[in-house]
Design a protein around this ligand. Structure first.
Ligand code: NAP
Length: 278
């Protein structure tokens, strides 16, 4: 590092468990870029200074995480179409004096499905949770051309409001308790239930055909939900690939000259896997 080192980072609160600094700095190292990526724990009562701070310190790019993905929007000069539709920003680029907001979470989810080679044709989507992550997932499902969606959430009004903005042929809202697993479902858990290893948003206690379960939580590496699904023979994966793909896409936004950072996906995945299961 020297006086020309460019600064990138993550803003959120809390952020001490984030894996982003680990893999973003790994990418910086692999491409031999003169940059550093740091995690900034921004207190809520300091957030109003964010725009000036980025500009004053000439921070070239930031990821944004809980609880600031929505509150950051009024501080930005422009947001791209996906961030606008989703209503949340997880990536900021500071370029030509302007702060530009993007959302790479939906991209990360779509790329994960593609790379896992799962066939979602004729599947009914079931999204558990209606928070920030759910918005990006639902936007991705709309882009993927899914017809049927059911949104299950603790707070029904929040689910109602969220689904209103999106176009699906058939929309249904339900509580988490009323969820029943069936054949041909694409179930995505976006609730935070599962961060505690003994908790699960719904009960899975029977075998079904062609159903796919994705829990976007990656720490613990196998949530109770994933374990229950696997016990019943259901294909189930966690959110680590989504995390890495959204992060590589952010990296691509900041370092446009780099041809294909996705070639290092396996390298990043192995590193984070080791960290998570150790
Ligand atoms: P959020 O906006 O706070 O939403 C949390 C969701 O969980 C809401 O639907 C909330 O329901 C539900 N919930 C929380 N506690 C609950 C409880 N005790 N009982 C029932 N429902 C409960 O959080 P978020 O940003 O969407 O993130 C959610 C999870 O996704 C986090 O674990 C995060 O780590 C993960 N995530 C992963 C990735 C990835 O790349 N893999 C990306 C983003 C997020 P209510 O609406 O009723 O409050």
């Amino acid at each position: 590092m020297d006086s020309r080192t460019n600064l990138y980072g993550l803003i959120g609160h809390p952020i001490q468990h984030s894996l982003s600094p680990e893999f973003q700095n790994k990418l910086i190292e692999l491409f031999n870029i003169n940059a550093a990526y740091l995690a900034f724990n921004v207190e809520k009562d300091q957030f109003e200074n964010i725009k000036n701070t980025i500009k004053t310190l000439n921070i070239k790019g930031l990821n944004v995480t809980v609880p600031y993905k929505e509150t950051i929007i009024p501080y930005l000069d422009k947001i791209d179409e996906s961030a606008n539709r989703i209503g949340a920003v997880n990536t900021i680029e500071y370029i030509d004096g302007q702060l530009i907001g993007y959302n790479t979470d939906a991209f990360g989810f779509i790329r994960m499905l593609k790379e896992l080679n799962v066939n979602i044709d004729n599947h009914k989507a079931v999204v558990l949770g209606a928070g920030g992550a759910a918005k990006a997932i639902i936007y991705a499902l709309e882009k993927l051309g899914i017809d049927d969606i059911m949104l299950c959430n603790r707070t029904i009004e929040k689910a109602d409001r969220l689904l209103e903005k999106f176009n699906f042929k058939n929309k249904k809202i339900s509580s988490l308790q009323d969820f029943q697993i069936e054949d041909d479902m694409l179930i995505i858990n976006t609730t935070s239930l599962g961060l505690d290893e003994n908790e699960s948003p719904v009960v899975i206690s029977k075998s079904v055909k062609n159903t796919i379960l994705i829990d976007i939580i990656y720490n613990p590496f196998e949530t109770k939900l994933i374990k229950d699904a696997k016990i019943n023979g259901i294909y189930a994966v966690n959110g680590l690939p989504m995390l890495i793909y959204q992060g590589i896409e952010s990296f691509k936004i900041w370092h446009k000259q780099i041809e294909n950072p996705f070639i290092y996906y396996d390298n990043l995945y192995d590193n984070l896997l080791r960290k998570l299961v150790d």
